[in-house]
Design a protein around this ligand. Structure first.
Ligand code: ATP
Ligand code: MG
Length: 880
C-alpha cells in the first residue's frame, strides 16, 4: 500500500463511521498566544473542547500538518539521529466533541489497524493511564476493560505514568488520560530474544508508538490544578509516517515512500549513497526532514526572521544548511532545490506548496546565501582565534564560543567541530553558562504572569455584534489578571460585544465599558482562538452589573476606510502586476494601511501610479459593500473569492465584495458601507521587506489629504524661496547649473590663490642650520588644497625644505608637515614625529609617512601658536 492509499484509507474509514472530513489547519498558528505552531491535530479544535464555541459537527477526522520544534513538544534534536521523530509530520486524527467516547474509539482504532491495514495483532501493545497521586486521578479502569475485551486478555496491556499516558497540549489547556498503541517491528529473531512488551516506551527504534487516543476531560489551569470540561471528548493522533513504516514493513520512516524520493534526490545531488556512512546518512535525513518544516511554514506565511516563530524557522533552516555544508559538502545554496520534489509529491493533498513554489524557493535560497556568508565569516573569526588560543591550553573559552554563536549566528556544535579539527577544545560548560545567562535576561524582560479566568456569569460563547453595531449592552462573562514587570492589566470577556479583536491585519478596537458605577477604558481587543478579549487597566466597579460596551467610533471608521482600501489595492495590484501577487501580510489601523505581497521586482513608479489610479477609480464609483456571512466555503470560492495561504477558514466564511468583477475576498474584518467613504487612496512608499516580498504603505481619506497638502505646502515654500517661479523644474535646473559653474569658478580661483600662497610661503623661508624652515598659518578651504599647497611648495623648494602648515578647515584645526627627502636621511627628521608633537597644541593626533604627515584636532585656538612652536621644535632637533 503506498502512502497516498494509506492516508485515504484512514479518511475513508472514519467517514464510514459518520465523521466529517475537514482540511488541515495551517501549520503556523495565528490566534493562540500559547502556541506558535500546530503541534497536534486537536489544536484547531481547542475551543470546542473548552466549550468556548459549539462544534459544527459532533465527529470529524483529518490529516493535520504538525510541527514539533518548540514549546512543550520539541523533537528537533532527535531528528536525523533517530528514524521516527520528525520536525514536520502529518497527524491522522479522529475526534468526538461530546459524542462517542472510549468504548467506540478504541474498538474502531483496533479495527482500522488490524482489518484495514492488516497489521499483526500479536505485535501490538497498548497502554492505559495508571493514575496520578498529585493530580488525584485514579487509573483508567474503563480503558483497561475495553482493551481486555478487544485483545482477549491483559498480557499486552501496560499501565503507564502521567508522562506517557496523560496528554496535554501545553502548560495549560485541555488534557486528559490517553491510551497509546505501540507496534513491534523487529525481526522474529529479535523478538525471540526480548519480549516486545519490555521495550514499549523505551526509545527503541522498532518498538514505537503509532497512535494515541486521548480522552479529553479536563482543563489544566495556570495554577496547575485540573477542572472538569463541560463534556467528554475523544481526540486521537496517529503519526502518518510511522503508520506507513508499519504498513509497508519498513524499519525506518525514511525507508517509506514518504521520504524515499527526497532521500534519493539529496544523495544523488551530494554524490553519495544513502546507507553507506553514518554521518552522511544523518545529514541526508536531516535535510529530507527539515525541508518539509521550512517549506510548509513559509507556504503558510511564516517567513524566517529574527524573532519568535520566524526565528524558529530560521534555526531549522540553519541546522539543515549546517549539515549540508559540513557533511555533504554543499558549499552553495542547495535546500531550495529540494522544494519542487516535495511540492510535486504532496500537491494532491497540500496544494499550497505547489501553488507558491517559486516564492518559497526564493525565500529559502536567500536565507541560505545569507547564512553561508555568516558561516564563512565565522570560520574566518575562528581562524583568527587560532593564534589566541594556542597559548590557552588549546581551549576556546565559553565567552568566545558564545560570541560566535550570538553575534555570528555560529552554531555551538559547529564551533566544537571546527575547533576539534584544529586541535582545540571548547569550554562547553562556560558556553552553557553564557547561554543560560542570556536566557535569564530575556526571560526577565518578557515575563508575564497570567491568572486563571474568574467566572462572573455563565461561561457562554461571546456573540460578536461588531459588523452591525458600534455599541451594545453586555454582561461580563469572565475576567483575568495579567501582570508584567511594569504593569497590571485585565482581560475581560463579554457575552456580546461590538469590539473587533485584532486579526487579519486589522488592529483591535478601543473604547469603553460603561455603567452608572464606572467607566473603564478598553485599551485594545485581542483574540485567543475564538475568545474576544477586552484589555483594560482597571476592572468595572461591580462585575455583575451590565455594561454598555462602546467602541471608539471615529477610530473604527478610520480603520474601516483603510481596510476596505486594502481590498481595492489588492485587486489593483493583481490587475497591474499579475495574478502571482498574493497577500503576505497586512496592517490596517487608524493611521495607515500596509500591504505585503509576493512579487520579485521593484514596482516601478508608473506601475504605482496605475495601481493608485485603478483603486481610486473604484473609490469614486461609490461601490456599495456587499457582505455575505455564513457562505459555504465552496460557494465562496465559486464567487471568485481568494483564500489566503496560511489562513484558517471554517466551513462557512464571510465574503466581502466591492463589485463582483473587481474585488471578492474572504475576510472577517470591518468595512465601509460604500467605497466612496474612503475618499482617496494615496500610496506613500514601496519597498522590499524580504526576499520576494514587497511592501506598500498608503493613506486614505483625511490622512491622504493631509499628506498631499503637506507635500503641496513644501512645494509652495520651495516656489516662494525661488521667487514664485511658474516652471519649478526649469528654475531648479537653472539654479543647479549656476551653482555648478560657480563652483568651478571658485576652484579655478582657489588654484590661482594657491600659487600666490606658495610664492609667499617660499619668500618667508628662514634658514636654520642649513634647513629652509617655513612654518605658517595659512587660509585654505579644504584638506585637499592644504595637501596640494604642501606638495607644490616642496616641488618648488627642492632639497632642505621643512614645511609646517596650520589651517582652520571647516572650523577644525589641521596641520601638515612636509620634508624634503634628504632631510630624512641626512638630518634625521621625521614628519610623523613632528606632526604628533605639534598636534598637542590643537588637542589632536595624526600620522602619515616620514616625508609627509597630517594631523587634525579639537582646539582651533591652538593654531596661532603653531609657527612659533614649530620653529623652536625644529631648532632643538637640529641642535642635537
Ligand atoms: P513519542 O513518545 O514517540 O515522541 P508522543 O507521545 O510525543 O510520541 P503524541 O503527542 O501522543 O506522541 O502524538 C500522537 C502521535 O503522533 C504519536 O503516536 C506518533 O505516532 C506521532 N508523533 C509524535 N511525535 C512525532 C514526531 N516528532 N514525528 C513523527 N510522528 C510523531
Ligand atoms: Mg514526543
Amino acid at each position: 500500500m503506498n502512502s497516498s492509499e494509506i492516508r485515504q484509507k484512514f479518511l475513508d474509514f472514519f467517514a464510514s463511521k459518520k465523521h466529517h472530513i475537514v482540511p488541515s489547519a495551517p501549520i503556523v498558528v495565528k490566534d493562540d498566544p500559547t502556541l506558535m505552531f500546530t503541534n497536534a491535530g486537536m489544536n484547531q479544535f481547542k475551543d470546542y473542547f473548552l466549550g468556548n464555541k459549539p462544534a459544527p459537527w459532533p465527529r470529524v477526522a483529518n490529516t493535520q500538518k504538525c510541527l514539533r520544534v518548540s514549546g512543550k513538544h520539541n523533537d528537533l534534536e532527535e531528528v536525523g539521529y533517530d528514524t521516527y521523530h520528525h520536525t514536520m509530520f502529518e497527524m491522522l486524527g479522529n475526534w468526538s466533541f461530546g459524542d462517542y467516547f472510549k468504548k467506540e474509539a478504541l474498538p474502531w482504532a483496533w479495527e482500522l489497524l488490524t482489518d484495514v491495514y492488516n497489521l499483526p495483532k500479536e505485535r501490538m501493545y497498548v497502554s492505559v493511564f495508571g493514575g496520578d497521586e498529585k493530580d488525584g486521578l485514579p487509573a483508567d479502569e474503563d480503558a483497561f476493560k475495553i482493551w481486555k475485551k478487544i485483545l482477549g486478555g491483559e498480557d499486552r496491556i501496560l499501565f503507564g505514568s502521567k508522562k506517557d499516558n496523560f496528554w496535554e497540549m501545553g502548560d495549560t489547556g485541555p488534557c486528559g488520560p490517553c491510551s497509546e498503541i505501540h507496534i513491534d517491528l523487529r525481526s522474529e529473531e529479535e523478538v525471540a530474544k526480548t519480549p516486545g512488551k519490555e521495550l514499549v516506551n523505551n526509545d527503541h527504534p522498532q518498538v514505537v508508538e503509532i497512535w494515541n487516543n486521548v480522552f479529553m476531560e479536563f482543563n489544566r489551569l495556570a495554577d496547575g490544578s485540573l477542572v472538569k470540561l463541560p463534556a467528554q471528548h475523544v481526540d486521537t493522533g496517529m503519526g502518518f509516517e510511522r503508520l506507513c513504516m508499519a504498513v509497508q514493513g519498513k524499519q525506518s520512516n525514511y525507508d517509506t515512500d514518504v521520504f524515499q524520493p527526497m532521500i534519493q534526490f539529496v544523495a544523488e545531488q551530494a554524490g553519495v549513497k544513502y546507507e553507506d556512512n553514518e554521518k552522511t546518512d544523518i545529514a541526508i535525513r536531516v535535510l529530507s526532514d527539515h525541508i518539509r518544516a521550512i517549506a510548509f511554514a513559509i507556504a503558510d506565511g511564516q517567513l524566517p526572521s529574527n524573532n519568535k516563530a520566524g526565528y524558529v524557522i530560521r534555526r531549522i533552516l540553519r541546522r539543515a544548511v549546517r549539515y549540508a555544508f559540513t557533511f555533504l559538502n554543499f558549499k552553495k545554496p542547495f535546500l531550495y532545490q529540494m522544494v519542487p520534489v516535495l511540492a510535486d509529491q504532496l500537491a494532491h493533498i497540500f496544494p499550497e506548496l505547489k501553488a507558491q513554489q517559486a516564492f518559497v524557493q526564493r525565500v529559502i535560497e536567500e536565507e541560505e546565501l545569507a547564512f553561508l556568508r555568516t558561516l564563512e565569516n565565522g570560520l574566518k573569526r575562528l581562524d583568527s582565534l587560532n593564534e589566541t588560543f594556542k597559548g590557552n591550553q588549546n581551549r576556546i573559552d565559553g565567552k568566545t564560543a558564545f560570541e560566535l554563536y550570538d553575534t555570528f549566528g555560529f552554531p555551538a556544535d559547529l564551533t566544537a567541530l571546527i575547533a576539534k579539527e584544529n586541535g582545540f577544545s571548547v569550554d562547553e560548560e562556560g558556553f552553557e553558562i553564557e547561554m543560560q545567562a542570556q536566557k535569564n535576561r530575556s526571560r526577565n524582560a518578557a515575563q508575564t504572569e497570567q491568572g486563571d479566568w474568574i467566572l462572573v456569569g455563565d461561561d457562554v460563547p461571546t456573540e460578536f455584534m461588531g459588523y452591525d453595531a458600534i455599541s451594545t449592552e453586555a454582561r461580563i462573562v469572565k475576567y483575568r489578571q495579567v501582570k508584567t514587570k511594569n504593569k497590571t492589566e485585565y482581560q475581560i470577556v463579554l457575552d456580546r460585544t461590538p469590539f473587533y479583536a485584532e486579526s487579519g491585519g486589522q488592529v483591535g478596537d478601543t473604547g469603553f465599558l460603561e455603567s452608572d458605577l464606572s467607566k473603564v477604558k478598553v485599551l485594545d481587543t485581542k483574540k485567543e482562538n475564538d475568545l474576544i478579549i477586552h484589555i483594560t487597566a482597571d476592572l468595572p466597579l461591580d462585575m455583575e452589573v451590565p455594561v454598555l460596551a462602546r467602541v471608539d467610533e471615529e477610530r473604527r471608521r478610520l480603520i474601516q476606510k483603510n481596510h476596505s482600501a486594502t481590498h481595492l489595492l489588492h485587486a489593483a495590484l493583481r490587475e497591474v502586476l499579475g495574478t502571482h501577487v498574493a497577500q503576505k501580510g497586512s496592517l490596517v489601523n487608524d493611521k495607515l494601511l500596509r500591504f505585503d505581497f509576493s512579487h520579485f521586482t521593484k514596482v516601478t513608479e508608473s506601475q504605482l501610479r496605475d495601481i493608485e489610479a485603478i483603486a481610486n477609480q473604484h473609490i469614486r464609483q461609490s461601490i456599495p459593500l456587499d457582505e455575505k456571512r455564513n457562505v459555504p466555503i465552496a460557494e465562496a470560492k465559486q464567487l471568485g473569492a481568494m483564500a489566503l495561504f496560511g489562513e484558517k477558514y471554517g466551513e462557512f466564511v464571510r465574503v466581502i465584495t466591492f463589485d463582483k468583477n473587481y474585488s471578492v475576498e474572504l475576510c472577517g474584518g470591518t468595512h465601509v458601507p460604500n467605497t466612496g467613504e474612503i475618499g482617496l487612496l494615496k500610496i506613500v512608499s514601496e519597498s522590499s521587506v524580504a526576499a520576494g516580498v514587497r511592501r506598500i504603505e498608503a493613506y486614505t481619506a483625511d490622512q491622504a489629504q493631509d499628506y498631499i497638502n503637506n507635500q503641496l505646502e513644501q512645494l509652495e515654500s520651495v516656489k516662494e524661496a525661488l521667487g514664485a517661479q511658474t516652471n519649478l523644474t526649469a528654475a531648479i535646473e537653472k539654479l543647479l547649473s549656476e551653482n555648478n559653474s560657480l563652483r568651478k569658478q571658485l576652484e579655478q580661483f582657489e588654484l590661482k590663490q594657491l600659487t600666490t600662497l606658495k610664492d609667499t610661503l617660499l619668500s618667508k623661508s628662514q634658514e636654520i642650520a642649513g634647513v629652509k624652515l617655513i612654518a605658517e598659518k595659512v587660509e585654505v578651504s579644504s584638506s585637499n588644497y592644504l595637501k596640494k599647497l604642501a606638495f607644490d611648495t616642496r616641488n618648488a623648494a627642492g632639497d632642505n625644505l621643512c614645511l609646517i602648515l596650520a589651517a582652520k578647515i571647516d572650523n577644525k584645526p589641521q596641520l601638515a608637515v612636509m620634508l624634503s627627502d634628504n632631510l630624512i636621511a641626512e638630518r634625521n627628521l621625521n614628519a610623523v614625529n613632528l606632526v604628533k608633537e605639534l598636534a598637542k597644541e590643537i588637542k589632536g593626533g595624526g600620522g602619515g609617512q616620514p616625508f609627509y604627515a597630517t594631523a587634525g584636532g579639537k582646539e582651533t585656538s591652538g593654531l596661532a601658536a603653531i609657527p612659533g612652536k614649530a620653529a623652536e621644535l625644529v631648532k632643538s632637533l637640529l641642535a642635537k
